[in-house]
Ligand binder design. Structure first.
Ligand SMILES: *Cc1c(COP(=O)(O)O)cnc(C)c1O
Length: 434
């Protein structure tokens, strides 16, 4: 559920008319709903009630400082994929001491910075990384808390580019080798074994892969608790969201109308399916949701530049492009596209919705039926709050888009649109060309 809806004819985010945001700040602009993020956070936390749970929001999904601050105010800790993300959390006033550091390629510098900042734990992905963390911790005279990321070899039935939990992926240590890796870890003087971790992929829309993973991991976790007194299990992120009926899924009635068995994964179903096995382990539980906290909290609003009527094909050319939102080009992903001003007297239009970048993949939707809209009008790409702005680039020397946060009837720009001067600030012409 989310807080985007039509009030009268105009699409609103909470109590704010999105046309107003477009007029004030221009387009393309990402707009986020603080109430939706709060709901997402609260629902997941409540779904695991009764357990000793810590939510570590995966910063990579949306690392805007305002989003981080909002989640921190709600009580969230964080999961970093780089030192840069950790520094964002520090800058936003979040807690590093309760947060964790993930990723297959942590550099020496990143490990040092994280140890100096008092990171709660490293999620280790290989034996050489273990040796490196031990080495860096030794130089600082510290003990590094770790959990090993275990690859359970479970297929999450999601897009191949976002599957991480099968033996064919680069992530984690295969579950059969995990006991040996922990044994090796226990021999390092500057390592303190604290937990076990897994994460099997993203946009997982059924509960079964999570359940299978926990079934595989629970015996290992129990053994590690016995042997090394581990204090926590981290079950990763990966909870899927609704992309196809994004707008309709804002209403509770839409969820009630979905037939039993085909209802998309909810935080409540996720929590209910996993809580019994977790309770038995009696360990602290970490969850690392990214997408499910922020995806449906954001839209990308964009202006229609041209409606180009071709032979048997229409093109709706908008001022957002693959550099602003790369998911359709990169993952073939679907984003619902709706007009900011709804007019039921207009005809429907079937068109490819495309950006201005010189690439065929700069296409947000193919043969999409939408209300006829013309030059100067606006549309919104729904469910763009996760892996949207964070993946934006400057391809075609297009500035990184603006971001706006809404709460109730208040809204503020939380990232200004880049200027041309900022885009070229780090470049120079070498002396030998002068
Ligand atoms: C990306 C990632 C997450 C978050 O995944 P979502 O699908 O966005 O919930 C959590 N944990 C780890 C280790 C990750 O790499």
């Amino acid at each position: 559920m989310h807080h985007f809806h039509y009030a009268g004819q105009n699409l609103h985010c909470e109590s704010v008319d999105l046309a107003e945001v477009a007029r004030l700040y221009g387009t393309p602009t990402y707009v986020y709903s603080a109430a939706t993020i709060a709901d997402n956070y609260q629902r997941l936390s409540n779904s695991l009630k009764g357990l000793d749970v810590r939510v570590c929001y995966a910063v990579k999904a949306n690392s805007n400082l305002a989003v981080i601050r909002h989640l921190s105010n709600l009580g969230s800790s964080f999961d970093f994929a780089s030192a840069g993300e950790m520094r964002r959390v520090v800058a936003a006033g979040g807690s590093v001491r309760t947060s964790v550091f993930a990723g297959v390629g942590k550099t020496e510098t990143e490990i040092r910075l994280a140890l100096e900042a008092g990171i709660a734990s490293f999620h280790v992905e290989s034996e050489p990384e273990l040796a490196r963390i031990n080495h860096v911790a030794g130089k600082l005279g510290l003990k590094a808390a770790i959990a090993i990321r275990v690859n359970p070899d479970v297929d999450a039935n999601t897009h191949a580019k976002i599957t991480t939990g099968t033996s064919a992926n680069k992530f984690g240590i295969p579950i059969r080798q995990a006991a040996a890796a922990y044994e090796a870890a226990s021999k390092y003087p500057n390592i303190s074994i604290q937990g076990v971790q897994t994460h099997i992929g993203s946009q997982i829309t059924e509960v079964a892969p999570f359940v299978r993973t926990l079934e595989k991991l629970a015996p290992l976790a129990a053994e590690l608790k016995e042997r090394y007194r581990i204090s926590y299990i981290s079950i990763g992120g990966g909870i899927g969201v609704v992309y196809k009926d994004a707008l309709a899924s804002g209403a509770a009635a839409w969820w009630d109308a979905q037939p039993e068995g085909t209802r998309p994964l909810t935080p409540e179903a996720y929590g209910a399916a996993l809580a019994p096995a977790l309770r038995k382990l009696a360990l602290k539980v970490l969850v690392e949701p990214g997408r499910s906290m922020v995806a449906n909290s954001g839209v990308l609003i964009t202006r229609v530049e041209y409606l180009k009527r071709g032979q048997g094909k229409n093109f709706l050319i908008v001022d957002a492009a693959m550099n602003d939102l790369v998911r359709p080009a990169m993952y073939d992903s679907y984003h619902e596209i709706v007009p900011l001003h709804r007019d039921t007297t207009r005809r429907a239009l079937v068109a490819d919705v495309v950006g201005p970048v010189c690439e065929n993949t700069d296409t947000f939707a193919r043969d999409r039926q939408i209300q006829e809209v013309g030059e100067g009008e606006y549309v919104a790409l729904m469910s763009a709050g996760a892996y949207g702005h964070v993946m934006a680039s400057r391809y075609n020397t297009r500035p990184l888009p603006a971001e706006v946060l809404v709460r109730g009837s208040s809204f503020e720009q939380v990232t200004a649109r880049e200027t041309f001067e900022q885009m070229i600030a780090n470049e120079k012409i070498p002396a030998f060309l002068k």
